[in-house]
Design a protein around this ligand. Structure first.
Ligand code: MN
Length: 292
């Protein structure tokens, strides 16, 4: 019989801050004093825009041109739509229920805004942005996108019509997620109906946490409300989940990357020399050009 992971801490959403004028985020990690830069590795950052209403506006809210280097950004849209453009000429829309897995790696410039029509209409908005670190040997690969539209996301139905496990990356049961990753990890959205019960097998040495995106659940017997994040100790191989209401739960579990971290703003490297180089390269126009 598999041992349950011990809950290390349950975090209420920290006070929100704005990213540009389009994203009102609770940063669960890193640097909230409880979960440090390596504690959830390979996941470096979790920004959560809890469910809220944006008023209609002609000029879309968002965050203007900025660089990234050395990692991946994963944007999960639960409500609302986001438009993006980058310095390689790529652009697209992340619609409701969709996931964008962007490998910034060697570096790019991009901007992220509310999609024009969503902005004009306003309405409910809820999203997650996750930063996934890359090991040194992959920090210099070329940027790429994985657009995981609703039809590409893999779903495993639970018995008795109690919901489903949406496998974004890694695998669940015998189903493999649509996203390819550079290091081993499991990323799921559990979409559960009230009364759903399941055991998730997740290796003890994987750093593991869950965000309750909607509803409420008993996790290893502890009741956890919406918008809270649960961090597990690295001591068991299984988590028991019982949905006490209809619930959506984002599951993050991955093999730690055991390398030094040097992070400054949107650069996530191994050494400070690499961070300085990243800034020098931005100023030299090496990430390309993108108009505001
Ligand atoms: Mn960005």
């Amino acid at each position: 019989m598999k041992l349950q992971k011990t809950i290390e801490t349950v975090l209420a959403p920290p006070p929100p801050h704005m990213v540009g004028d389009g994203f009102r985020v609770h940063s669960f990690f890193p640097d909230n004093g409880l979960i440090g830069k390596k504690r959830m590795s390979p996941f470096f950052l979790l920004d959560y825009n809890a469910l809220m209403d944006f008023s209609p506006r002609k000029e879309p809210r968002g965050v203007g041109v900025h660089p990234h280097r050395g990692f991946e950004t994963v944007t999960i849209a639960y409500h609302g739509r986001i438009a993006h453009h980058d310095s390689a000429g790529n652009s697209g829309i992340i619609g409701e229920g969709e996931v964008q897995w962007m490998t910034a790696a060697s570096g790019l410039l991009h901007k992220e805004y509310h999609e024009a029509e969503f902005s004009r209409q306003g309405g409910p908005f809820q999203m997650v942005q996750l930063w996934v670190n890359l090991p040194a040997k992959y920090k210099t690969v070329a940027p790429k996108y994985q657009e995981l539209s609703v039809d590409k996301l893999v779903r495993v139905p639970l018995p008795d019509d109690k919901g489903e496990v949406e496998v974004i990356a890694g695998s669940y049961a015998n189903a493999k997620g649509a996203a390819s990753t550079f290091t081993p990890m499991h990323v799921y959205n559990l979409r559960l109906k009230k009364g759903a019960r399941l055991d998730l097998d997740l290796p003890a040495h994987y750093n593991t946490g869950m965000l309750i995106v909607a509803g409420e659940a008993n996790i290893n017997g502890s009741s956890v409300p919406a918008d809270h994040f649960i961090l597990f100790k690295n001591d068991g191989e299984m988590v028991n989940i019982e949905a006490s209401a209809d619930a959506v739960i984002l599951v993050l579990s991955g093999e730690p990357i055991d390398e030094p971290i040097a992070q400054y703003g949107p650069f996530l490297m191994n050494t400070w020399e690499e961070v300085e180089q990243a800034i020098t390269d931005v100023n030299a126009g090496k990430y390309g050009i993108l108009e505001e």
